[in-house]
Design a protein. Structure first.
Length: 360
């Protein structure tokens, strides 16, 4: 290529019309070469590359290839334009301005190629998250990742551009580092909550709609997981707004994990004269009469302890949905009272025996 260009340029005085025509012709030859090269690249990416990606199990590579093909061909054309401008014997300021403008366009196109590939990767990852953890998870995790990656790509593009124009990148990075440190010290609590929120979205200890119980004893359904706070709607229709950093550093009981089934318990005391085996049979039969109680695992009754005035019994049962535990417990309690009355089993009142000593 250099020999061909020297052949075009030979035999003309600098500053003459013929000289400029040969220089322009050389620039056109360079640009035409890269334009033809872009056509070849497009042909390879649209006809040959899909044959290679067809051997993979996923369509991710096909989607990335389809997204990056147009800007890749444009990048080859812009590269040709950049070298064509650099080949012209222009004044230094004009040369720097034109080649710099074309270089910035190349940086923008390269950043766009990287963003398109990453965007397809994030969309594929979001779909996988939704399949594993339910719909809505991707809308919580992917947007923060997109913002972070966008900031990273813009920062890299800015540093490359400044380096091309011979600016001191080290001083810029130092200034940004000092500024970031000052901002981080001033907003450390907010940053801690944001990092914790991102951790909650990735770690997934609970999902939107899950019923959770906090270490303080409060419990409710998760209504929103944000970057700074998590909102929990309690059963009495109040909204708990908790900083994410607190949730990351405390014990949480997720009632909806690993599934929606929940275990209920009914405690009851019977008189000391009652037959324990009969009472246990009545409790289990009563639970099985309720449609919401699962047959597998089957309800179980246990003689727990000797009370001061009663034999303490406990009935354990399972329901399909944790939201049905209280309603099912209510129906079981009603049936237990009825069955105990039919069987003559008493539920004794607490009693106290007081001895009075009289001095003579």
């Amino acid at each position: 290529m250099d020999n061909i260009l020297e052949l075009f340029r030979s035999g003309a005085d600098e500053g003459s019309l013929v000289f400029w025509l040969k220089e322009l012709l050389s620039a056109v030859v360079i640009f035409t070469f890269y334009w033809v090269l872009s056509l070849i690249v497009r042909y390879l990416l649209t006809h040959w590359a899909p044959r290679l990606t067809s051997f993979t199990r996923t369509d991710l590579d096909d989607r990335i290839l389809q997204r990056v093909t147009p800007p890749t061909c444009l990048l080859v054309v812009l590269a040709g334009l950049y070298f064509a401008v650099k080949s012209l014997p222009l004044p230094e300021k004009v040369h720097v301005a034109l080649s710099g403008a074309v270089f910035i366009l190349n940086v923008i196109v390269v950043s766009n190629i990287a963003w398109r590939g990453i965007d397809e990767l994030l969309e594929w990852y979001g779909t996988r998250l939704a399949e594993r953890h339910g719909a809505g998870v991707d809308r919580q995790v992917i947007p923060p990742l997109e913002k972070l990656i966008t900031i990273f790509l813009v920062g890299i593009a800015l540093m490359v551009t400044l380096r091309h124009f011979n600016y001191d990148i080290l001083s810029v990075v130092t200034a940004l580092g000092i500024g970031s440190l000052a901002i981080g010290m001033a907003a450390k609590d907010t940053l801690a909550n944001m990092i914790s929120g991102f951790t909650l979205m990735v770690d997934r200890p609970f999902r939107i709609g899950d019923r959770v119980q906090l270490a303080s004893g409060q419990w409710g359904d998760v209504s929103d997981i944000g970057l700074r706070t998590t909102k929990i709607k309690t059963v009495d229709n109040t909204l708990l707004i908790i900083p994410n950093s607190e949730l990351c550093n405390t014990t949480i009981i997720n009632m909806a994990f690993p599934d929606m089934r929940a275990k209920g318990r009914v405690n009851v005391g019977v008189g000391y004269g009652s037959d324990v085996e009969v009472v246990k049979r009545i409790l289990t039969e009563t639970a099985l009469e309720i449609a919401e109680v699962l047959r597998e695992p089957a309800p179980e009754a246990f003689f727990v302890s000797f009370g001061e005035s009663a034999l303490n019994m406990s009935l354990f049962f399972w329901v399909e949905d944790y939201a049905r535990v209280f309603a099912t417990t209510d129906r079981i309690n009603e049936r237990i009272i009825t069955r105990f009355r039919e069987e003559g089993i008493t539920i004794p009142y607490p009693t106290r025996t007081v001895f009075l000593e009289k001095d003579h």
